[in-house]
Design a binder for this molecule. Structure first.
Ligand code: SF4
Length: 389
């Protein structure tokens, strides 16, 4: 057996952040957030207003604590200032294309769950091309997010390679949100035009993670968590992270994500990062969220993340309502989806295929663009060109 095979046997899920996350205890994290005082928040805000030095995850914990609630306006002013400094008055637009709703996993909160008895759809390359053309009629989108359930034998690396080649003539910036893959597969896909990978850890709580993901490859917490290292090692240009709000204590989950982001930035410093805070939406699974994040709390979480990291892209999807998205444009958000369909083939027709979740913002892309411009922001449809590859 070669050294490499021996290592693989000893560590079937590889090395990465899963090796270091154990240094932070979940309950201690929750207790530390709850113990934050007004004086702690004021100290962090004084540090944040000096700019320059980045905040630490411990500083971030103060800003998401209940004690920070009275400081929301002050935080919002700072977040607005740093976002404009780094990104100008711009919001980038992207659109998701669901290529398959087949999935081998059994996530208890998702309508695409393997046990949910409905006919699955996986788009052919001809159908993907038709979706590209239909999207182009909706608006001058140049950033495409290709999404699938996790079914490697149907939507594995070869399928994704062909999908990227099919979409490439229509979009300069291609990102995937699919099952975590091996490093060499990510490398292969970057040679086929892949720019970014989005993957949600869903929750960093190791034991609870197993309850939410009882079967399928996704049940392996370490494999998913170390997937971000594999993306970094493969030289993926941009990595998107997120936790699903509605599963476990959201303050502990986003703190773990902040720690994870700092770890990745230290190890894979050439890569750019984006974060997303999706709140659980109704789906065919009928699953009800365990925890609720109010609009005010999500606003504070968003501005806190901007103060924590001035450069990270903060993305809001159509899960959120039009009113809330419009209000958040000035407070740290830098990219938004619009016109989204979450069922495969949804742009060409309104098929019977099951959607992953119900969208809240049903405005057309041009309506969303007009709303952005009314706030005094420029809509950026294209922020990447193939010649950079
Ligand atoms: S959340 Fe993703 S992996 Fe889980 S069942 Fe749904 S599509 Fe599959």
């Amino acid at each position: 057996m070669s050294k490499c095979e021996e290592n693989q046997k000893l560590n079937p899920f590889g090395h990465g952040f899963a090796d270091v996350i154990g240094q932070w205890d979940w309950d201690e994290t929750v207790a530390a957030v709850d113990a934050t005082t007004s004086a702690d928040v004021e100290r962090v805000l004084a540090k944040a207003s000096r700019g320059g030095k980045q905040l630490t995850p411990e500083d971030f914990m103060c800003l998401i604590s209940p004690a920070a609630d009275p400081y929301l306006e002050q935080m919002a002013r700072l977040a607005n200032m740093y976002t404009r400094e780094r990104f100008g008055n711009t919001i980038s637009m992207y659109i998701p294309m669901y290529v398959s709703n087949a999935c081998t996993n059994k996530c208890v909160y998702c309508g695409f769950n393997h046990d949910n008895p409905f006919a699955r759809t996986t788009l052919t390359m001809e159908q993907i091309e038709a979706e590209c053309k239909a999207i182009k009629k909706l608006g001058p989108f140049d950033n495409l997010l290709i999404v699938s359930g996790e079914y490697p034998s149907l939507c594995g690396v070869e399928y994704l390679e062909r999908a990227l080649h099919t979409c490439r003539p229509y979009f300069n910036n291609l990102t995937i949100e699919v099952q975590p893959m091996r490093t060499e597969y990510y490398e292969r896909l970057t040679h086929s035009g892949l720019n970014g990978v989005v993957c949600f850890q869903e929750t960093y709580h190791r034991e609870a993670y197993r309850r939410y993901h009882p079967q399928g490859m996704k049940s392996h917490y370490e494999w998913r968590l170390n997937g971000f290292d594999r993306m970094g090692q493969a030289g993926v240009h941009k990595i998107g992270m997120g936790v699903l709000i509605g599963l476990e204590d959201w303050r502990a989950d986003v703190t773990m994500m902040a720690r994870h982001l700092r770890y990745l930035q230290r190890h894979y410093w050439r890569t750019r990062y984006s974060v997303n805070f999706p709140r659980m939406r109704p789906s065919e699974s009928g699953y009800q969220p365990n925890v609720v994040l109010t609009d005010r709390e999500l606003a504070r979480l968003t501005v806190a993340f901007r103060l924590f990291d001035h450069d990270v892209d903060i993305s809001y999807s159509t899960r959120e309502t039009p009113r809330f998205r419009d209000n958040m444009m000035r407070l740290g958000v830098t990219s938004m989806s619009a016109g989204s369909r979450t069922e495969p083939g949804g742009y060409v027709s309104t098929p019977d295929a099951l959607e992953q979740f119900e969208v809240s913002d049903e405005r057309t892309p041009s309506e969303v663009a007009a709303a952005i411009e009314r706030q005094g922001y420029d809509v950026v449809w294209k922020d990447w060109d193939q010649i950079f590859d």
